[in-house]
Each structure stands twice: as structure tokens, then as C-alpha cells.
Design a binder for this molecule. Structure first.
Ligand code: NAD
Length: 494
């Protein structure tokens, strides 16, 4: 069995980590750094370069040089092989990657380890896609005289900006399709979680990634992130993060009309019908929010329950929540880890206060976790609010913390209207043993993904993304490749 504490002590030691431009490890041009701290106890893990627009300029130039250089001559089979080598490398180093994630952003180690199948699957899925990209020969109005065909071309230099809540999957979801299609990437990780992304770059380099194909510039959103979003040398921005930042990125992209894909926030409904299998639905509905301490974009934070079973169901969800183990992510039995930062913790505490102020009832939780074992970190009891109405702040705004708002409903028409009455449209859950009911609800809910009698499932082969203010563009599935390709029409007068 792995001794996670010993492994953690060996992984980071406060030392300076470098960023990655044109295949070289370097400091920021300004020489400035920022600190990466463990959110579980506040300890210093490492210092990281504070990249600014000068570093973004250098990274974009390197990505452009690579895009127009030998990388453009790589065959689909060579790119496929590279992705398979990266997958092997990741598999061999998986425990270190997961441990890094747990130390840097707090996700419980059991959860990072369990995610392995999906991330390794992603790399292998993209490897398959690399050799499946093709255009078409299209019949036109001049048969036998003029031929028309399409070819698919890589879109170019891709700027990728990711949040802190899933650095491994988040970065692979951006880099994988770029390698599959022949694009190059400048990746800006979140300032809250840079270390695992730097480790990913090192592993990719060791697996044979050519210089300049991936560049990682660490730094703050308002500096390095904004510089990347508005850079005229970038052809496409792929962004995952909050809706407010997504809007500013879309505005910044207007300068050179770069393409944009946005995976943004949510306030996802979970609907529990009166014929639901309660035994199965309770833990799934609870973990639809409490997984990763509620720091998940798809959190099913509005829990609509049929009035006939509402009180019983919510009591059981509250009991389930009260029994979750809260602790450092590095402990193997931890269910609920820390919140990423003091700033996020203050936001969550604000929502926990505003709920009762507006008339909601705390059924469990509702407060920070106190005690010597939690010093230096930010931990919350998983919280279930009853007596919530649709107008309350906690039922409308994305909290990004371990908070469920329980809402009774009386009819399916009513619950569909209420579930859809949000600016967001990322995900939704339905619990019903009646196939027809489940199907009708799934069709009527305005969301990019709907899970029936389950939650959270994400697979590399299945498209994921939002509608409305949860963004546009898809990650996963063959749709994902489209985001990284242009179509060129070629006409030939024979
Ligand atoms: P955020 O928007 O604050 O930051 C995301 C990234 O954008 C970070 O790298 C940050 O440095 C950068 N950034 C910030 N300001 C910028 C600017 N002006 N220009 C360019 N880049 C900028 O989000 P966060 O707090 O890191 O993450 C939480 C949010 O992300 C939540 O809203 C959550 O729902 C969303 N999210 C969505 C998905 C999805 O797939 N839809 C997945 C995970 C997280």
C-alpha cells in the first residue's frame, strides 16, 4: 500500500518550479513568482513563475513556429503513436500525478485515483481520432467536369485556459485533441493549481512531444490569461471556468475574431420523481454536489423532490451528508477535502449565511469545520438547506461549494419549467423508475448533459458541454475534434 505521506514529502519541497516554453524550462521574463500552497493546511508546496504578456508572446511565437515547422509534417499515425506513448507514461506515473493533484488542489486521493480510467481513456480516444480525420468528395452542379472536395485542417495555435478544480482532466481535454488534429497549444493553468499541469508537460516532453507543440505559461488570469485571450497570434481559445470570465474572454477574442469554445458554470437541477428508487437515488443525489467538496461545474445543487417523498428523501440525504468523512485529501478515507482558497471559502461562507437569512432551514451542516486538525485549511460541513424557494439566492447562484438546496415540486410540467428557469444549462439529473417519465424529462430539460438514475458520468467518446450561459462548444466525442479543425473546400476543373 502506498505511504501517501512519505510520497507527498518527496514530491514538492517549496523549491522553484519553471514554466515550459518551446521545449525549455524557464523563469518568467519579469523574474517574479507566486506561491503554490496546499489548501488542506496552507503549507508552501513550491514557488511558480508569474507569467505576464511577455511570456505569452514568447509561448505564442513558439507555438506558431512549431505549427508551421516539422510538426505540420507529422503523419496522423505519428500523432496517434505520440498520444499512446503519453498514455503509457501517464499510466506509469499515475500515482504521482494524482498525489500532486491532491496536494495542489485538495481533491481526495481516492477520487483522483478513480479518475484514472477516464483520463487515460481520453488520451487513447484522441489517439483513435487522430487517424479518423477526413474530408469528403461532394457531388456538385457540374458532374464529370468539376470536382469539389473538402479537407480538414488544424485550426492553428490554440490558447487553452483552465480552472483549478480538475487540472489533470482539464488539461488533457485541451491538449489531447490539439495533438490529434495537429494544432499547437499555449496552456495557462489556474494560479490556484499549476503544479500538476507542469508535471503533465514534463511527462509529455519525456514521451517525445516536439518543442513548441505544448507551452505552459503559469500566472494570474488578469495578466497571463487576459494576454492569451486577446493575443492576435492565437487562432482559437478553449476556455473552462466561470461564466463571468468566459464573457470577458469572448470579448477579448473579438480583436482578431479568433474562434472560442466556452465550458462555463452551472446551477444544475436534479429531479427526484415520486416513483424513484430512493435507496439508490439518495447517495447519488448527495454526491452530485458533495464530490470534490462541491467544487464541480456540474454540481446538481438544486435538488427538486416530488412533494410526496420530499421530507423523507431530504432527511436521508442530510443523514448521508452528515456521515461523510471530512479531512485532508491525502487520507485514503476522506470523502470531503478542503476548499481551494480563502477567497472561495469566504464566498461559500457568505452563501451559508445568506440561506438562513432569506428563510432557508439548515438540515445539516451550514458551517465551517473547526478544530486543530483543520488549521491552515478551509473545510465545510456538507450542507443541506430545506424550505428553499426558487427566488432565494442559494437557489439561483452557483456556489461552487458543498451546498444542496432542496425544493419540493407537485407536477412534472411545473418542475420542468422551474428546472429550466435559470440562465445556466450545463447538466441535469433525473431519478425515476418509469422509463417514459425519465425520457420525457430528459428531452425537456435545457442542459448539455442529462443523467437518468445516475450522475457525473463523463466519457471521452460522449460529447460534454453547456447551453445558454453555461457556454458553447463540446469536449469529448467526435464533436470535440470539430472544435480544432477548419474545413477547406477545393474545386478542381478537370
Ligand atoms: P475562473 O473563471 O475564475 O478562472 C478560470 C481560469 O481563467 C483560470 O486559469 C484563471 O486564471 C483564468 N482567468 C481569470 N480571469 C481571466 C481573464 N480576465 N482573462 C483570461 N483568463 C482569466 O474560474 P475558477 O474559479 O478557476 O473555476 C470555477 C469556475 O469554473 C466555476 O464557475 C465552474 O462552474 C467553472 N467550471 C466549468 C467547467 C465546465 O466544464 N463547464 C469545469 C470546471 C469548472
Amino acid at each position: 500500500m502506498t505511504d501517501w505521506n512519505a510520497a507527498a514529502a518527496a514530491l514538492y519541497d517549496g523549491e522553484f518550479r519553471q514554466m515550459f516554453i518551446d521545449g525549455k524550462w524557464c523563469k518568467s521574463r519579469s523574474g517574479e513568482v507566486f506561491e503554490a500552497r496546499n489548501p488542506a493546511d496552507g503549507s508552501l508546496l513550491a514557488t511558480v513563475p508569474r507569467g505576464t504578456s511577455a511570456d505569452i508572446d514568447a509561448a505564442v511565437a513558439a507555438a506558431r513556429k512549431a505549427f508551421e515547422g516539422p510538426w505540420a509534417k507529422w503523419t496522423p499515425y505519428e500523432r496517434q503513436n505520440l498520444l499512446l506513448r503519453i498514455a503509457e507514461k501517464f499510466e506509469a506515473e499515475w500515482e504521482s500525478l494524482c498525489l500532486s493533484d491532491t496536494l495542489d488542489m485538495g481533491m481526495p486521493i481516492q477520487r483522483t485515483l478513480a479518475n484514472s480510467r477516464r483520463v487515460l481513456g481520453m488520451l487513447r480516444f484522441y489517439a483513435g481520432q487522430a487517424v479518423a480525420i477526413h474530408g469528403a468528395t461532394i457531388p456538385n452542379s457540374f458532374p464529370g467536369e468539376i470536382y469539389s472536395q473538402t479537407v480538414r485542417e488544424p485550426i492553428g495555435v490554440v490558447g487553452a485556459i483552465i480552472p483549478w478544480n480538475a487540472p489533470i482532466a482539464g488539461s488533457i481535454w485541451k491538449i489531447g485533441p490539439a495533438i490529434a488534429t495537429g494544432c499547437t497549444v499555449v496552456l495557462k493553468p489556474s494560479e490556484e493549481a499549476s503544479l500538476t499541469v507542469l508535471m503533465i508537460a514534463r511527462l509529455m516532453q519525456e514521451a517525445g512531444l516536439p518543442d513548441g507543440v505544448l507551452n505552459v505559461v503559469t500566472g494570474y488570469g488578469a495578466e497571463a490569461g487576459a494576454a492569451l485571450a486577446e493575443h492576435p497570434g492565437v487562432d482559437k481559445i478553449v476556455f473552462t471556468g466561470s461564466t463571468a470570465t468566459g464573457q470577458s474572454i469572448a470579448r477579448a477574442a473579438v480583436g482578431n475574431l479568433k474562434h472560442v469554445s466556452l465550458e462555463l458554470g452551472g446551477k444544475s437541477p436534479v429531479i427526484v420523481c415520486r416513483d424513484a428508487d430512493i435507496e439508490k437515488a439518495v447517495p447519488v443525489a448527495a454526491m452530485a454536489v458533495f464530490a470534490n467538496s462541491g467544487q464541480i461545474c456540474i454540481a446538481g445543487s438544486r435538488l427538486f423532490v416530488a412533494r410526496e417523498i420530499h421530507d423523507e428523501f431530504i432527511r436521508r440525504v442530510a443523514d448521508y451528508a452528515a456521515n461523510l468523512r471530512i479531512g485532508h485529501g491525502i487520507q485514503e478515507d476522506t470523502d470531503i477535502g478542503p476548499i481551494i482558497s480563502a477567497r472561495q471559502a469566504d464566498r461559500i461562507a457568505g452563501y451559508m449565511a445568506v440561506g438562513p437569512n432569506e428563510g432557508a432551514e439548515v438540515l445539516t451542516g451550514g458551517a465551517r469545520v473547526e478544530g486543530a486538525a483543520f488549521e491552515g485549511g478551509h473545510f465545510f460541513h456538507p450542507t443541506v438547506f430545506g424550505g428553499v424557494t426558487d427566488e432565494m439566492t442559494i437557489a439561483r447562484e452557483e456556489i461552487f461549494g458543498p451546498v444542496i438546496s432542496a425544493l419540493p415540486f407537485d407536477s412534472l410540467d411545473e418542475v420542468v419549467a422551474r428546472a429550466n428557469a435559470t440562465p445556466y444549462g450545463l447538466a441535469a439529473g433525473v431519478f425515476s423508475t418509469h422509463l417514459g417519465t425519465a425520457h420525457k424529462l430528459a428531452n425537456r430539460l435545457k442542459a448539455g448533459s442529462v443523467w437518468v438514475n445516475m450522475y457525473h458520468a463523463i466519457d471521452p467518446a460522449v460529447p460534454f458541454g453547456g447551453v445558454k450561459m453555461s457556454g458553447y462548444g463540446r469536449e469529448g466525442g467526435t464533436e470535440h475534434m470539430e472544435e480544432y479543425l477548419n474545413t477547406k473546400a477545393i474545386w478542381i476543373n478537370a
